[in-house]
Design a protein around this ligand. Structure first.
Ligand SMILES: NC(=O)N[C@@H](CC(=O)O)C(=O)O
Ligand SMILES: [Zn+2]
Ligand SMILES: [Zn+2]
Length: 430
């Protein structure tokens, strides 16, 4: 049946839209965008006071399926995605078994379709078992729908291996995404190396441990011509390298997470809050300020959550024993709205670029626009909804958010995936 979304404020820089209009959806596609649309027999949904944008994409999530379903499943992860306003996600390969074959890629896509709450675009691993020793079956994975390659969770330690991975990435025209962590330098580092790690008596994870691999991988991207995406970038110096690579004309992109933007190592002092134990670690306030600068000058391409669900008991352990990672899908949009858009640091159009347009470009998946003839992948949010992050609001199986207790303004209310509602009025559909 046809559906008319009425009176929302549409923001889509790709379609040069910034104003109130109606959207007519027919057969999963956008049939018309205009003022005062009427259509015989169509269902009408009034969205006065809300904003309507192209569906959000998170190109860095961990859904733990197959093998680690006690933390998250593709179904619960997909529901968390819809709840946060996302239509598409790129899942990381550090499942059990590791996603290093076409069969695992196909499994994840199929489970995603069964769950029906968001589109899953799997990333395959660069090396078998994330061990860094043998290159993965990249061709097999591409044939089965892998959109990117990464050993996320670990850095690829050997430069020669990374070169081979990028040679193949170039051949398949797929982006290689890099979790930058030199294991020799980082060792058992727990939090950013500096005054706070010293004061807390925790082993340091130095900025250089990340920057060395950023520099190395940019050099290999230049050597091979493979598109390179730096994952969860956290340091001012690392960002500068990306800035210079872009100025040189290399196809190098990067992402930042809300937690690296809005939290710092100081939040660990002296809470020892294991929900704030993330890889790479929360850095200094100066680093966070540099990341924001990178957003403003275009060095940062996109916001990702690095949604990393863990069971409560795992995070309840001693700091050194707790796993790295925090969830993010259900707080990301609200954090960006509250801390950046509402404060006038960026506008809605920039947010759409960071969370919807650029992620699709980086993954080389079809662009989506609020314009006739496009798939109806749509996120609607209420910019004025005020709410508090509490453990009971999550659709995710996990509640290891670093933002518990935060008071946020703005929240996704409705999501359409190819015209099918996955969330209505803040409630994920069944
Ligand atoms: N970010 C994290 O702290 N953890 C991720 C791995 C990763 O993204 O490197 C995880 O899989 O839990
Ligand atoms: Zn990572
Ligand atoms: Zn990750």
């Amino acid at each position: 049946m046809a559906l008319i979304l009425k009176n929302a404020h549409i923001v889509d820089p790709a379609a040069q839209l910034d104003g109130v209009a109606d959207v007519l959806i027919e057969g999963g596609m956008i049939a018309k965008v205009a003022e005062n649309i009427e259509a015989e027999g169509a269902e009408v949904r009034d969205l006065t006071g809300k904003y309507l944008i192209p569906g959000l994409v998170d190109l860095h999530v961990h859904f733990r399926d197959p093998g680690l379903e006690y933390k998250e499943t593709i179904e619960t992860g997909s529901r968390a995605a819809a709840h946060g306003g996302f239509t598409d996600v790129c899942t990381m390969a550090n499942t059990d078994p590791i996603c290093d074959t076409g069969a695992t890629v196909a499994y994840q896509i199929a489970r995603g379709e069964e769950a029906g709450k968001c589109r899953i675009h799997p990333a395959g691993s660069c090396t078998k078992g994330l061990k860094g020793e043998i290159i993965s079956e990249m061709g097999d994975m591409v044939a089965n729908g892998a959109v990117a390659f990464t050993d996320d969770g670990r850095g690829v330690q050997d430069a020669g291996m990374m070169r081979r991975v990028m040679d193949y990435g170039k051949m398949f025209d797929k982006v290689v995404m890099s979790h930058c962590q030199d294991e020799g330098l980082v060792g058992d580092g727990q939090i950013n190396e500096g005054a706070v790690s010293t004061r807390l008596g925790l082993l340091g994870w130095p900025a250089a441990g990340e920057e060395i691999q950023i520099g190395r991988d940019i050099a290999i991207a230049e050597l091979t011509g493979c598109p390179l995406h730096i994952q969860h970038i956290t340091t001012a110096a690392g960002l500068d390298m990306v800035r210079r690579a872009k100025a040189k004309g290399l196809e190098v992109t990067c992402e930042v997470t809300p937690h690296h933007l809005f939290l710092s190592e100081e939040d660990l002092d002296v809470t020892y809050d294991t929900n704030l134990k993330v890889n790479p670690p929360l850095r200094t306030k100066e680093d966070s300020a540099a990341l924001l600068e990178g957003i403003l000058d275009g060095t940062v391409d996109c916001i990702v959550t690095d949604h990393a669900p863990h069971a409560a008991w795992e995070k309840a352990r001693e700091f050194e024993l707790a796993p790295f990672g925090m969830t993010g899908l259900e707080t990301s949009l609200a954090l960006i709205l509250t801390n950046l858009v509402d404060k006038g640091v960026i506008d809605y159009a920039k947010m759409v670029e960071l969370m919807s347009i650029r992620p699709r470009e980086i993954l080389r998946i079809a662009p989506v626009s609020i314009a006739e003839g496009n798939v109806a992948d749509i996120t609607v949010f209420d910019p004025n909804a005020e709410w508090t992050v509490t453990e009971d609001i999550f659709e995710s199986k996990a509640a290891n958010s670093g933002f518990l207790g935060a008071q946020l303004k703005g929240r996704a209310t409705d999501v359409y995936l190819a015209g099918v509602p996955t969330m209505v009025d803040g409630v994920v559909t069944d």
